[in-house]
Write a protein that binds this ligand. Structure first.
Ligand SMILES: *Cc1c(COP(=O)(O)O)cnc(C)c1O
Length: 401
């Protein structure tokens, strides 16, 4: 095993409250009925599963819900991000700036599309990309700023849009702002708009663990750029008559379920936010733990409830706390996510010479115990109790002062 302090320990076996990848969505009778309907309609050789009016309806509903002109569905958030970046036709010197503390997917996509990945530091409170550090790494080669709404905390895009306007690329003009909103579907930006209504392109995921899900996989791009929307529609369907493309279509069954999930999204998000805020209150007096910010009005959807341990516990102490939570109390937690270039060989190779010490330090202190809107209030109380106890146990063996 590598000795990287940010390697994710696995806590998935036999836990009372398991964490990723066990963590799933939230379906009701309405989704079951929608699925049964599409099944009945499609289970006929004259019809089949292909012709997808449901996909169009889902896209229209998603665009309306977001308040944006275009929504284009994909079979995953990963392929959607890849195709958005493909549209930029990145040359090897073209740079895409992204936060070092991230899911590996968007970083692999930049590398896969032939661009140069440029890493920047996170904001210490929201863990979102820091505008000041973004400015530090901007150059005449910057083509895009890729902002991930970290674990449900919605980033303010305005400083990035200003930075882009102030640093135009000599050929392509201002860098585009691409948003990875896989963990913030339904959220609102500080200016009150829905996530997905601002920036050049926003990518969503409906994978099993996300805030709304379409039977385990699925994705969407929103944009107000008609050229991008049209290109994406061809890219996911074999390129039309003369261009490259492949098959990245969402299925009819997924779209039918997605329509129902979208209608329930705000309700599901509210339940999660309530749960997160109550956990923050329950843990507020534990001196050792830094809790996520309490943001209202959809500005934080708490895809994760991030905890940061004291600097003295960074790395080994944090691991001990996670192990203790799992082994003694049955509470699963995850480091979501470690710094990408330390944990992933391809990203490390492509970012040689770049370091983000603040991101490394924060990642070494980070743990995210399971949070889900369907955990019962009794179980939630037990989880909070376990976090309190496990922290107190650790204080005894690892004093912080
Ligand atoms: C889940 C996720 C993705 C990828 O979405 P998939 O649909 O699983 O491909 C990208 N970025 C972030 C931040 C995610 O959480």
């Amino acid at each position: 095993m590598p000795t990287n302090p940010n390697t994710v320990p696995q806590h998935t076996e036999g836990l009372r409250w398991p964490v990723e990848p066990a963590q799933g969505g939230w379906y009701t009778d309405a989704e079951h009925q929608a699925l049964l309907k599409v099944w009945t309609e499609s289970d006929d050789w004259r019809t089949g599963w292909k012709q997808c009016a449901y996909c169009g309806a889902f896209e229209d509903a998603f665009a309306a819900h977001t308040g944006v002109e275009h929504a284009v569905s994909f079979n995953s958030g990963g392929t959607a991000m890849e195709m958005v970046l493909r549209h930029l036709q990145l040359a090897p010197e073209d740079e895409v700036i992204s936060c070092a503390l991230n899911f590996v997917g968007p970083h692999i996509a930049v590398i896969g599309q032939g661009g140069r990945l440029v890493l920047a530091e996170p904001d210490p409170v929201t863990l979102n990309l820091d505008p000041a550090d973004t400015e530090r790494v901007m150059s005449q080669h910057t083509r895009a700023i890729l902002i991930t709404h970290w674990n449900g905390a919605v980033a303010d895009l305005r400083p990035f849009l200003d930075l882009a306007a102030a640093h135009p690329h000599p050929v392509h003009g201002p860098p585009v702002v691409i948003v990875d909103a896989a963990r913030a579907c339904g959220g609102r930006t500080p200016s009150g708009a829905r996530v997905g209504a601002e920036g050049w392109a926003t990518v969503f995921s409906f994978e099993s663990k996300k805030l709304m899900t379409t039977l385990g996989q699925g994705g969407m791009v929103t944009t107000s750029d008609p050229k991008l929307a049209e290109r994406l529609r061809w890219l996911r369907a074999y390129g039309g008559r003369d261009q490259w493309g492949t098959n990245q279509m969402l299925s009819k069954a997924q779209a039918a379920v997605g329509l129902v999930q979208l209608s329930r999204l705000d309700e599901m998000n509210s339940a999660r936010v309530l749960r997160a805020h109550s956990r923050t209150r329950a843990l507020a007096d534990i001196e050792e733990l830094t809790l996520p910010p309490t943001l209202d009005n959809g500005q934080h959807l708490y895809y994760r409830h991030n905890l940061l341990v004291p600097e003295k516990w960074a790395g080994a102490g944090r691991h001990e706390l996670m192990n203790h939570l799992a082994n003694r109390y049955g509470v699963g937690s995850i480091i979501s996510d470690p710094v990408t270039y330390l944990g992933h060989g391809l990203i490390r190779e492509h970012t040689r010479g770049q370091r983000c010490p603040r991101a490394e330090q924060l990642a070494a202190r980070l743990l995210c115990p399971i949070l889900h809107p369907r955990i019962s209030p009794g179980d939630e109380a037990a989880i909070c109790c376990a976090i309190r106890q496990a922290t107190a146990d650790l204080v005894r063996t690892r004093p912080t002062d």
